[in-house]
Design a protein around this ligand. Sequence first.
Ligand SMILES: *Cc1c(COP(=O)(O)O)cnc(C)c1O
Length: 234
Amino acid sequence: MSMITESLVDVLERISQTTQKSGRTPNSVSLITVSKQVSVDRIEEARGAGAVIFGENKIQEAIPKIAQLGWDEISWHFIGHLQKNKVKFLDERFDLIHSVDSFMLAEKIAGHCHSENRVQRILLQVNVSGETTKFGMEPSELEKKMIDFSRLKGVNVAGLMTIPPFYSDPENSRKHFSRLREIRDQCEKQSGLLLPELSMGMSHDFQIAIEEGATLVRVGTAIFGSRQPRPGEN
Ligand SMILES: *Cc1c(COP(=O)(O)O)cnc(C)c1O
């Protein structure tokens, strides 16, 4: 078995064990295989080993990769910070956009999709830790805007996403994950929307995220190994 295959099998196994131990149904958690900075060959290897959803965080990087790999038995999610002037490049490439971090961005995506007669599934990114360096809406701002999000034609808000600060001890992420779940419950009550998806947990803390209710975990390093850091990237 190749290293990618071995790592993917291991991650899937850990997802399945944690899901079971948490008393959740087996397919209540999906793996997003984060393929940013990973070559098409290696993505293909992961596909061969059973990865079905890939996550990309830069539109310019994603477009040629998706053009090569297509959508046959796989799908693509967008997980990175999205600038409003890039919205037109999303096209119909992504099944889900995890990282909508302002009402203006949601409006922009909604307007674009509505004019093309389609509906884009999105998640709203929340800054649960209050760190000023992180993208995402403040919980209070989100709760205020929830009704407005629910009224947008052209997007379907399916849930929330967060990226907690990095802690060497992943146990420290737990409070942020449980907070996102509480915010979700609050937003559902306020807006009448159903927000079933919670996108939280990465390579070093996805098991804790699953224990706290994650439905989508975004895992890169634990599958493909470490990436070269790029300027401005966390
Ligand atoms: C890179 C990235 C991940 C994956 O992180 P790993 O630590 O490599 O698993 C998850 N989510 C987002 C938004 C990312 O940019």
